[in-house]
Structure formats: C-alpha cells, structure tokens
Design a protein around this ligand. Structure first.
Ligand SMILES: Cc1cc2nc3c(=O)[nH]c(=O)nc-3n(C[C@H](O)[C@H](O)[C@H](O)COP(=O)(O)OP(=O)(O)OC[C@H]3O[C@@H](n4cnc5c(N)ncnc54)[C@H](O)[C@@H]3O)c2cc1C
Length: 422
C-alpha cells in the first residue's frame, strides 16, 4: 500500500480535473484516479455559464477555452411551429464580466487535462483505476481500486477522498445505500453534432418546441472547422418516451430515425433543421434522469462533488457549471478550515441547498420550459402576436427566476469581484 498524505480524487471528468487544478493552485497535494485507461474527447457540446467561467478564469483557463469554444451572444426561443417567442442576450453581450461559453465537452476536458499534466505532472493522474470502495478511520482514508478487467490494484491511503465519479458514483451508493433508484422523467434525449454554415448571429443558441411534441436545442461549439468557415453545431433533441429508462450511459449510440419525424416540418429561411440533423455525425441517447437531492454529501473524510453529488437533468446549462462552482467552494473551505472534516461539512452546507434548487428547477422551470407555458396557452396552435399570449415582462421574469436559482443573475455575479483566492 502506498501512503500519500494527500487528497484522493476519484474520477477525472470535468469536476475531478477542475478540482485538481484548484487544489494545485493552493498547494494542496492530490492524485486523480480515473477508471478509464485512455482519456478521450468524449461527449458533445455543453455550456459554461458566466459564474463557472469566472472560476475557470481564476484558474487561468479562460484564454484556452475561449480559443476552442464560442462565446454565446444570444438565446432564441421558438415554438414547435418555428414562431419566435423571444430572444435574450447572453454572456458579455448581456453585460456579464465573464463570457458564456459553448464548447465541445471533449475540448473542455482536453484543456483541463493538459493544464493538470503541465502544472502538476503526468503522475498527478492515474488511469485505469476504478474506485470500488473507500474506507476511513479517524485520520485517513483508504481507497480500493480495480483495473479495467476487474483485477484488484494496490490500495491507496490518503488524508481525504472526494468522489467526482459522475452520475454512477459508487461512493454515493455506499454513502446512501437506501437511496431510491434514479427518477426517469418520461423523456429521452438524443445528442449529436453536425458541421454546418453559421446560423443567425453565428453565436446563437436556440430552443425550439416542447418535450411533449419534440424539443430541440442547438448551438455552435467550434468555429472555422473547414476552409469554408463552417462551424460544428451541437444539438440535443428531447422527445417523450413513456416507460422506464434509468440506464445512465453517456456513450449509448442511437439512430436518427428515432426522432427525425418530429422535426421534418422545421425548414426555415435561417436554418433547414431536418437537413442539419440528417447531416449529423454519431447520435447518442441519454434518458432524462435525475435523483432527488440528498440530505448530506459528506461523511467524515469522504465527500461527493459534481454529478456524483447532485445529478440533474441536463437543462439550463448547469451540469458542468454547478460542478465547477462546487470546486471553487470546496477549495475555499479546505483553505480556510484547519480541520478537513469541518471543511467538508462547510462545503456541504454552502452547496447542498443551492444545487438542490437547481435540480428541482430543471424539472419544470428551466429556461426553455417557458415554451411549454406558451404551448399550453395557445393549445399548441400558431399565435398572431406573442404579446397576446405572454408579456415581455413575464418572459423576462421567467428567465430571471432561473438565473437567481442557479446563481448567475448578472448584477449579483458582477458585484462579486474576480476572487483570486480560488
Ligand atoms: C463520456 C461522457 C460524456 C458526456 N457527454 C456529455 C454531453 O455531451 N453533454 C453534457 O452536457 N454532459 C455530458 N457529460 C456529463 C458532464 O460531463 C457532467 O454532467 C458535468 O460536466 C459534471 O462533471 P463530473 O465530473 O461530475 O462528471 P463526469 O464528467 O461524468 O465525469 C466523471 C468521471 O469519473 C470517472 N469515473 C466514474 N466512476 C469512476 C470510479 N468508480 N472510479 C474512478 N473514476 C470513475 C468517469 O470515467 C468520468 O471520467 C458526459 C459525461 C461523460 C463521462
């Protein structure tokens, strides 16, 4: 058994690698143990909200991320008929001190990985180490690992352990053995990417339709991917699929025939949506599943962070963003508290309630859910004037309520200085 007096980070995804960089900045020793043997640029696109970009800026990653992603300028909302409900500025265009960034998850992961290796050395990440159990006594933790064939690897002792193992975290299961099974909403999502010409502003994100009839979210995540100046467009379709599906595998492939019929009519002068979907690369299916918020995440010297702590439905661009906020908080707590167990409790106290509110908001009052309200008021029919259906104030209030819940209201966020202590 090796005996490092350091923090064991289980999981080298977005949360685990951001945590590594944050601890490294504060001189707190750590090692990341990741289950897979090779870190590949997996997934499709995601959005980093301005509060998460603030934290990534504090870690000196903003330039590298902005270079790879696209600063989102606006978000547009359309009904399933393609009628525009409203458009709202985002990121710096909305007055934030930090951008909102649309980026391929693989690009984000690569930037984090390269930074960890460059700053902390190759040894900071141990691949092929799947954590299966974490034990603790009064002054240490012992993590047990297996390799990809299931063969046991030498156990590792450390001072503390943080599970960044994502939605299927075994540490969460061990901490909450009687937790209910994941909650399936009755909707499944299909994710993909397509190389296409820029649409609208070239930095626009749009929501179209509702999950009952078929919903689409689309935004560009890479600029100039070829000589014609095309972009890589990320898209996510949500469609109602009654039944049970709690299989949370991010790499499950699917076929376009499972959802294309819901969008055949969506041919607009600004974008031929069925053509974009048809021209896509691989399609991945993921059920809209979350879990009821937990009563606690920390048990002595072990805690949960990111998706392991608060799996949420991927709406409102908060999956990665909330994980990054967790990192900023836990590092601050470890820095400020002399007793690490108290630090974990302080972190839990600070982050449990805010993330609980986001998990619950993502079920019914996420930014795009305003389109369900419009749909219910129009009975799914076309409208003559949107003002007859919903006022500008109500539309603005809907978005502001979500920003308040998720902690990225522009005035409040800008009022916080770029906290250099993180
Ligand atoms: C392959 C993949 C593709 C994804 N694609 C998308 C996407 O397209 N869009 C989107 O919005 N979100 C996607 N996500 C989820 C998104 O990354 C998270 O919601 C968010 O970034 C929070 O990150 P996290 O680090 O908590 O979890 P994750 O990013 O899921 O990272 C968890 C990490 O822990 C590792 N791990 C799991 N169990 C163990 C264990 N027992 N021991 C050691 N390591 C372990 C995993 O291999 C993974 O690297 C994807 C996640 C994964 C793993």
């Amino acid at each position: 058994m090796t005996v490092p007096k350091e923090i064991i980070i289980a999981g080298g995804g977005i949360a685990g690698l951001t945590l590594a960089l944050s601890l490294h900045k504060h001189g707190i020793p750590f090692t990341v143990f990741e289950a897979v043997t090779e870190l590949k640029p997996l997934g499709v696109g995601l959005n980093l909200l301005p509060h998460a970009m603030k934290e990534l800026t504090n870690l000196g990653l903003d330039a590298a991320l902005i270079q790879r992603g696209i600063e989102t300028k606006e978000v547009c909302f359309f009904t399933g008929h393609g009628q525009q409900v409203f458009t709202e500025a985002r990121g710096r265009a909305a007055g934030y001190n930090w951008p909102q960034l649309s980026i391929h998850r693989g690009d984000l992961h690569k930037v984090l990985l390269e930074a960890v290796r460059e700053r902390a050395g190759d040894d900071a990440i141990k691949l092929g180490h799947k954590c299966v159990k974490i034990e603790q006594d009064s002054d240490s933790v012992t993590a047990h690992f297996v390799d990809p064939t299931g063969m046991p690897l030498p156990s590792v002792r450390g001072s503390l352990a943080i599970s960044c193992e994502g939605v299927n975290s075994p540490t969460r299961v061990a901490m909450h053995p009687r937790e209910a099974v994941p909650r399936y909403e009755g909707t499944t999502s299909y994710r993909g990417t397509t190389v296409w010409k820029p649409f609208l502003s070239g930095a626009s994100m749009f929501y179209l339709g509702t999950r009952e009839a078929g919903k689409l979210v689309m935004y560009p995540v890479r600029n100039n991917v070829d000589a014609e100046g095309r972009q890589l467009l990320n898209w996510v379709v949500e469609v109602a699929r009654p039944g049970e599906d709690t299989s949370r595998d991010w790499n499950r492939e699917a076929d376009i025939s499972e959802f294309i019929s819901a969008f055949e009519h969506c041919k607009y002068d600004w974008l031929d949506i069925p053509a974009v979907l048809r021209a896509g690369d691989k399609v991945y299916q993921y059920p809209l599943v979350d879990q009821d918020p937990l009563p606690f995440w920390s048990q002595g010297r072990v805690t949960l962070l990111g998706d392991a702590a608060h799996p949420m439905m991927p709406r409102g661009s908060n999956g990665a963003s909330q994980a990054i906020l967790d990192v900023a908080c836990i590092t601050k707590c470890l820095h400020n508290e002399s007793d690490p167990v108290s630090a974990f409790k302080a972190y839990e106290l600070a982050r449990l309630e805010p993330t609980k509110r986001v998990v619950l908001a993502n079920r019914d009052i996420s930014p795009d859910a305003v389109l369900r309200l419009v749909e219910s008021r129009t009975g799914g029919k076309r409208f003559d004037k949107i003002e007859d259906v919903i006022s500008k104030e109500e539309l603005a209030d809907w978005q502001e309520r979500y920003r308040q819940i998720a902690g990225f209201s522009v005035k409040e966020l800008n009022a916080t200085s770029a906290d250099k202590s993180q």
